[in-house]
Design a protein around this ligand. Structure first.
Ligand SMILES: [Zn+2]
Length: 273
């Protein structure tokens, strides 16, 4: 059983194709509180299908604002609104949030303020941060360190990790997870793949970030959660594991990080038993 720890999907069919390919757990990441209602509906629909005996995935979502729209949303979204969005039973993470100085070099101050609000939300709710990071390593570490000083502890993942060994070493100190996307299967992703060789086995996740970044051999196609197996194969190869072991480890890691998902999963299991 594979877990896609970060995807963006909108329809039943894509989710059902994932389950048919053995990808039974999905975190359908929120980029905006406005799209939360549709995402929650899709999560609930998958539960209903499973209860009706269909092969549908367990789906979770998250509460947060992608750094792409930090500037536009800064005046509208406060901490209390993110906290409220995170109270939904399917919302297991705070994000997708973070800093992107590649596309957002013109609004660094706004991004930092918005990310700080997400860190505060994570501190208040105890939920893990699901973080997007691009070309903003120093500011990200500064904000995370301030968050750890204030709240004692933060948990989280750097999703679609594309940074350096030094950044991996730094987030490892917080006990953070890093998540491998299809980029580790690209020739140009060799240095990123190398980081996943030595990172602690209990702190690694896999994801598609679909519909973007389809892994080899699907590169250039629209990505979907069913393809996460290809990223699992690559992680298995570089760590000397079987694909089955990689699937099990990354699924266990997912539920260790997203404990709200683990709690709800065992509750539903008991209810059905
Ligand atoms: Zn994403």
């Amino acid at each position: 059983m594979f877990t896609d720890s970060h995807c963006h999907i909108e329809d039943d069919e894509t989710a059902l194709r994932a389950a048919a390919a053995g990808v039974s757990v999905l975190l359908n990441a929120g980029r905006d509180l406005d799209e939360a209602a549709a995402q929650l509906l899709l999560c609930a629909k998958m539960d209903e299908r499973r209860q009706a005996g269909e092969d549908a995935p367990q789906m979770w979502t998250s509460a947060g604002i992608h750094p792409d729209s930090a500037k536009a949303k800064l005046a509208r979204i406060c901490v209390a609104e993110i906290v409220q969005a995170a109270e939904n039973p399917y919302a297991v993470a705070i994000g997708e949030c973070g800093l992107d100085y590649h596309y957002g070099a013109d609004c660094i101050a706004e991004q930092k303020e918005m990310f700080a609000r997400h860190i505060e939300t994570a501190g208040i709710t105890g939920l893990p941060l699901m973080i997007h990071q691009r070309e903003a390593e120093a500011d990200m570490l500064e904000l995370l360190r301030a968050g750890v000083r204030r709240f004692g502890k933060l948990t989280g993942v750097i999703h679609c990790f594309t940074s350096t060994q030094a950044f991996a070493d730094a987030v490892r100190e917080f006990g953070f997870y890093i998540s491998a996307s299809g980029i580790v299967t690209f020739k140009s992703g060799a240095a990123v793949a190398e980081v996943f060789k030595s990172y602690p086995a209990d702190r690694i996740l896999i994801e598609t970030d679909s519909p973007y970044l389809a892994p080899v051999p699907y590169r250039g196609k629209t990505n979907e959660p069913a393809f996460v197996c290809k990223t699992a194969e690559k992680i298995a190869a570089i760590r000397g594991l079987t694909v089955e072991e990689t699937a099990r480890i990354t699924t266990d890691n997912f539920f260790n990080l997203y404990q709200k998902a683990a709690r709800r999963r065992s509750d539903t299991g008991r209810a059905r038993a």
